[in-house]
Design a binder for this molecule. Sequence first.
Ligand SMILES: [Cu+2]
Length: 326
Amino acid sequence: MRRLALAAATVVLAGACAGEPSALDPAGGTAARLADLWWLMLVVGSVVWVVVIAVLLRAAVRGRDQDGEPGAWSGQPLVVAGGIVLPVVVLVPLLIVVFRVAEGLSHEPQQDDVRIQVVGEQFWWRVAYNDDAAAVSANEVHVPVGRPVTLELTSVDVIHSFWVPNVAGKTDLIPGETTYLRFEVDRPGVYRGFCAEFCGIQHAGMRLVLVAQPAEEFDDHVRRVAEDAGQPDSLLAAEGQRVFNRVGCADCHAVRGTEAAGVAGPDLTHLASRRTIGAGVVANTRGNLAGWVVNPQGIKPGNHMPPQPVDPEDLEALLAYLEGLE
Ligand SMILES: [Cu+2]
């Protein structure tokens, strides 16, 4: 009995974990409609379960009637009522509600939407604002609160799926095709997201951060993302820039406004202002950055950045440079 109580308490407590990311803690109308549908299904499913268990228990306790005669609740009437009428009465209204919710979640982009392009790559997200080749970032999607946003999603390798549970449902990113995810966020905040379709060894390490902020802040952000990198602000950082280009980082990474124009990896023009490195795997701190540059395979095994054998002095300079990419 105590064990049962403990198990029940655990389930109840776990249910109270409103900490994000959670599809049951909606940050906007789109997610709220999905959460409502989830609760409705839970309630209906629970009622059906309770009824079935009650009937089962009654049958188990009572057993067969003494006289061997079937009772009123048996045979064909029971099959018709319990097997056909009841499911139709329960499932058809539910189906209608599901269709109506799905219709309300139109994925078709509208004229005035904020448009953001997101490209899935093993194992990170390329992000661009307003179809602008300059306004490119990675692994962090900013959106304004209170305005409809359309994400234009595609992939360059395998199928990925974009999922920020507090904000909207999952949408696949499919090579050679564009899919749309339309949503609105009402509550400013930083929401965590994931790739929700197995895409390779680092699928679980393909995460992202969605930052919902007031419209002016969002506009500022997009303007800043579109800017070129500033000049290195110290001799050490300037040396770091030379190292960056010399040891081959520039073959895979772009720093706009410099000769580095690689496209195999995330754009690093404003790396220092991002919250994470390695697509949400670790926080963007000096220690993590150093660890990542020297041995990205140690932090995220199987990702597509090879280890970089950089001398300690060169690393010092490289870090000064990277940390200056605000
Ligand atoms: Cu993926």
